[in-house]
Ligand binder design. Structure first.
Ligand code: NAG
Ligand code: NAG
Length: 397
């Protein structure tokens, strides 16, 4: 054969292979086939569970897909559990598919989660929209009446090697997405929306997990865009549009004495708009063995942000249960590089560290934050570190 033809053949075979790989998702289970109705009213929970159990137990090569066609599917609290026989389970929603919660918030009940994936390895979730429709729940919370504790909308617990992509999460009762006890989770292109006044509606919460990346996402909520809890390690957060909301927070940590620490977190190339805080580390003013170390905040833009740079180790709501007001959480090696924009509070850089466990190894470099059009200030208590480049306001180390 002429070399040219061989090249073309190899090219065609490789095309064929890659396209067949792409379509060979093994088995596919459309929830409509098991009785799900996209009319927004019919309870489709059982149909989803049936399709899940078939996808999860599939032995098809290349894994299995649960497919949600266009339409609005009413779903009650549901647990999609593993371990699965299938090496890869794809939860694929049509772009015009949505999952909606019952409008009566009591029906999300006291389960703590609405849509829970648990112990699934190799999970891929492609959105679609999930809408918890929590308006009346927030009203109950605001009125001071007794309400349920609230449910997280999408939760991944003990899920390794997961991908969540293109999912829209709206109007959650409490946090929109929770990643807990997972390893290697990539969250990409998610879109999260709840009104700025909605209570405790964090965007994404990460806890006791390693290797989580969150990229290219837009988050507007009534609480933290992203909150990072105990035992979070090796996180990468990039290209987030955050706000309104409370910003990106490590903490609150140290509510209990024996919490695991937080280490190796990077937040970069992100924009904060009208958030209550920018990047914050927050700990209870209580005894604790916990720590926060090796954190990098860099290339961030702050647009009218309350506390753009903040460490707060005196958290103690109602001044209850914080004898001596000292936090045991040890904070070290936190760097702030290339952070610019406007603060709506006069103190743009606030390091309020623990009297018994001063912060050390804080580094600020190339900071330019103003208080509206005037100079902002910085404040340090028990904070040690260094400054380089042009830092405005001047650091107080
Ligand atoms: C820190 O986390 C990143 C991922 O965000 C990872 O690539 C890197 O290896 C981690 N560093 C260490 C020392 O574990
Ligand atoms: C933090 O980073 C330093 C320097 O890169 C490294 O030596 C240290 O082991 C890291 N500590 C933790 C707890 O990751």
């Amino acid at each position: 054969m002429a070399p040219k033809i061989v090249v073309i053949l190899v090219f065609l075979i490789s095309l064929f292979e890659s396209s067949s790989n792409y379509y060979a998702v093994g088995a596919s289970y459309n929830v409509a086939r098991y009785g799900a109705r996209g009319d927004g009213r019919t309870d489709s929970t059982k149909a989803f569970l049936r399709a899940w159990s078939l996808a999860c137990s599939s032995t098809a090569r290349g894994g299995a897909t649960l497919y949600v066609p266009r339409g609005s599917f009413l779903i009650k609290p549901v647990v999609f559990s593993g371990p699965c026989r299938s090496s890869r389970v794809v939860f694929q929603m049509d772009a015009a598919a949505s999952l909606v919660a019952p409008t009566n918030y009591w029906e999300l009940g006291n389960t703590g989660t609405w849509i829970l994936f648990i112990r699934v390895t190799g999970l891929l979730v492609y959105g679609g929209t999930v809408d918890a429709r929590a308006n009346s729940y927030w009203q109950c919370r605001r009125s001071g009446k007794s309400c349920t504790a609230g449910s997280r909308s999408v939760a991944l617990y003990w899920c390794n090697n997961a991908v969540v992509r293109g999912l829209r999460m709206m109007n959650s009762q409490i946090m929109h997405m929770a990643i807990d006890n997972c390893k290697n989770v990539a969250v990409r292109n998610v879109y999260i929306r709840a009104p700025s006044g909605s209570p405790n509606t964090d965007g994404i919460h990460i806890e006791a997990s390693t290797g989580v990346t969150i990229t290219a996402s837009s988050i507007m909520t009534g609480d933290d865009c992203i909150s990072i809890g105990e035992g979070a390690k090796n996180l990468w957060i990039e290209r987030i549009a955050c706000g309104p909301g409370h910003g990106i927070s490590i903490g609150s940590l140290g509510a209990y004495a024996n919490e695991d620490g937080v280490q190796n977190v990077t937040v970069t190339n992100s924009v904060f708009t009208k958030t209550q805080n920018g990047v914050r580390i927050k700990t209870w003013a209580r005894a604790s063995n916990s720590f926060v170390t090796n954190i990098s905040f860099r290339n961030l833009i702050m647009k009218n942000v309350g506390n753009p740079i903040m460490i707060d180790q005196k958290y103690c709501p109602s001044n209850q249960g914080c004898p001596g007001q000292n936090s045991g959480v040890k904070i070290s090696r936190v760097t702030y590089t290339n952070i610019r924009g406007t603060s709506t509070a006069p103190i743009a850089m606030n390091f309020f560290c623990s009297p018994s466990n001063p912060c050390w190894g804080l580094k600020v470099r190339d900071i330019r934050l103003t208080y509206f059009k005037t100079a902002a200030k910085s404040y340090c208590a028990n904070a040690g570190g260094s400054s380089s480049g042009v830092v405005i306001p001047r650091s107080c180390f």
